[in-house]
Design a protein around this ligand. Structure first.
Ligand code: AMP
Ligand code: MG
Length: 481
């Protein structure tokens, strides 16, 4: 019933540990992602049957699956851990979707593995729904990301600070190769392992690199380009990943491992939500620097494959800044309605961000109301109201209008890049609390529906588009692992 076609399982035994998911007491379906299932050639109605739910809970191993926990290492907050690995995830196998793209199907929270260390191998319902909501919101926002195919509750409690309902998320990813996967083999001096992994990654994600003069250098450059683009996209929607460890940095260039991630309300580049990020290493504005740091670790792993000198790797890494800047500044220009590029445009966008930071203006709402302002002066007051100093905004807006007059069709184009709806923390927390504390999944379902159409205004959904009131603000997020 799931058309598996596995390739990672053909790699040598030291890449993973084969084991079945651990069954749970009383699996119950929370949600199936119908559209995604169809794209993956899986019948969503079957997924919702008791057989399907048994598979999603790890109680039944479906035909064609080759369950395994993957080996990887990683730098966690800058400290290298030579062995992390899937401590609570089980890769069932791969499917090739209707788009011809191969994807992993993985159960997250499927029980202990040889990589679990002191963890219980399980996941709590709150964090599972959080990943479901935010990954699907990211997909709707057009950001490369892992997806969520289904969520089930297990009927078993998990012990965190309190006893919480347990759940399993079915995660779909272009692959689960991480920078940390390369580090795992490199740290053991397993050059053959690094090469096998690189060849696998090239075949799967960067086939063009195979034909290059130096395929491994082309591969490194291509990963760098995808990650530069990805982190620019994060910044352009106010996303903060929260745990950008090298094991959470995907070789395929997808956003992966949604833990204490969060969207910023008021614009402040220093914003940190994660309770475990005490020094702000993974603050909003620090993310590009950290991606480059992670990619530098990848380059180090690949050095033996790149020839004798470090020059190639250095040149590839030097490509990060221009790639990021082109994506980021280009994206910012489009956010204020500029399709063409002229001298002074970057000053214009930077000056707006500076004003927003000084005045604590809401990031998402500023750009969204700016779309109406682009239509004509009647929209202007709503933007000004977001700034403590409406006069300072006015002065900026005058410069903007002059520049905007040189463009056409701006408001419509702006509405396609500036979302009205993002997973605001207070809404996410409320939806998770209703589900975990009262088994009320309605707020989760409603929020999910709203977030699936982030660029469509809807006056009935005003409450989902506005920043939290002071007493609603969420100041900290937790990974809940
Ligand atoms: P994460 O913070 O989710 O990226 O996880 C970091 C590492 O901790 C990975 O090796 C995970 O597999 C492992 N891990 C996280 N939560 C658990 C858990 N509840 N049980 C076992 N391992 C876990
Ligand atoms: Mg992780």
């Amino acid at each position: 019933m799931i058309p598996f076609d596995n390739t990672y399982a053909r790699l040598p035994d030291r890449f993973y540990a084969r084991l079945d998911p651990t069954p749970v007491a009383a699996p119950k379906l929370v949600r199936v992602n119908t559209m995604l299932a169809r794209q993956l050639r899986i019948d969503p109605d079957w997924l919702a049957t008791s057989d399907g739910v048994a598979v999603l809970a790890g109680n039944q191993v479906p035909a064609g699956a080759e369950p395994m926990a993957l080996a990887y290492a990683g730098h966690q907050f800058g400290h290298f851990v030579p062995q992390l690995g899937d401590g609570r995830a089980n890769l069932l196998g791969e499917v090739v979707g209707l788009d011809g793209i191969r994807r992993d199907i993985q159960l997250k929270g499927a029980g202990p593995t040889p990589f679990s260390r002191r963890g219980d191998g399980r996941a709590a319902l709150g964090p599972v729904l959080r990943e479901y909501l935010i990954s699907e919101a990211m997909a709707a926002l057009g950001v490369p990301t892992t997806r969520s195919l289904a969520a089930v509750t297990t009927g078993e409690p998990v012990r965190r600070e309190a006893l919480l309902p347990g759940a399993v998320l079915t995660r779909v990813a272009a692959s689960h190769m991480r920078v940390g996967t390369f580090q795992y083999f490199a740290a053991q001096g397993d050059a053959a392992g690094v090469k096998l992994l690189a060849d696998h990654a090239i075949a799967r994600h960067y086939p063009d690199a195979a034909g290059a003069e130096n395929p491994y250098l082309a591969f490194l450059s291509a990963v760098i380009a995808r990650q530069a683009d990805l982190v620019a996209r994060w910044l352009l929607i106010g996303f903060i990943h929260g745990v950008m460890n090298t094991d959470n940095c995907s070789i395929a260039g997808e956003t992966i491992d949604y833990g204490p991630c969060a969207f910023m309300d008021a614009y402040d580049p220093g914003t940190v939500f994660s309770s475990i990020d005490q020094h702000g290493r993974y603050a909003y504005g620090n993310q590009p620097r950290i991606v480059l740091w992670n990619l530098t670790r990848l380059a180090e792993c690949l050095l033996p494959l790149l020839g004798d000198t470090e020059d190639g790797a250095k040149a590839a890494l030097a490509g990060f800044a221009p790639a990021f800047e082109a994506a980021y500044f280009g994206g910012l220009r489009r956010k204020i309605g500029l399709q063409t590029e002229r001298k002074g445009d970057n000053d214009l966008t930077q000056d707006l961000l500076k004003l927003m930071a000084e005045d604590g203006a809401d990031f998402t709402l500023t750009f969204r109301t700016l779309c109406d302002a682009a239509d004509g002066p009647t929209g202007e007051a709503a933007v000004g109201a977001l700034f403590k100093d409406a006069g300072a905004y006015e002065a900026w807006a005058q410069r903007w209008r002059v520049r905007l007059a040189q463009e056409t069709g701006s408001a419509m184009a702006m509405r396609a890049v500036n979302p009205a709806f993002i997973p605001r923390n207070h809404l996410v927390e409320a939806a998770l609390a209703a589900a975990a504390e009262r088994a009320d999944f309605q707020p989760f379902e409603t929020l999910l529906a709203v977030l699936s159409r982030p660029f469509q205004d809807d006056p009935n959904l005003e409450r989902y588009a506005t920043p939290p009131r002071e007493e609603e603000r969420v100041l900290q997020t937790f990974c809940g692992t």
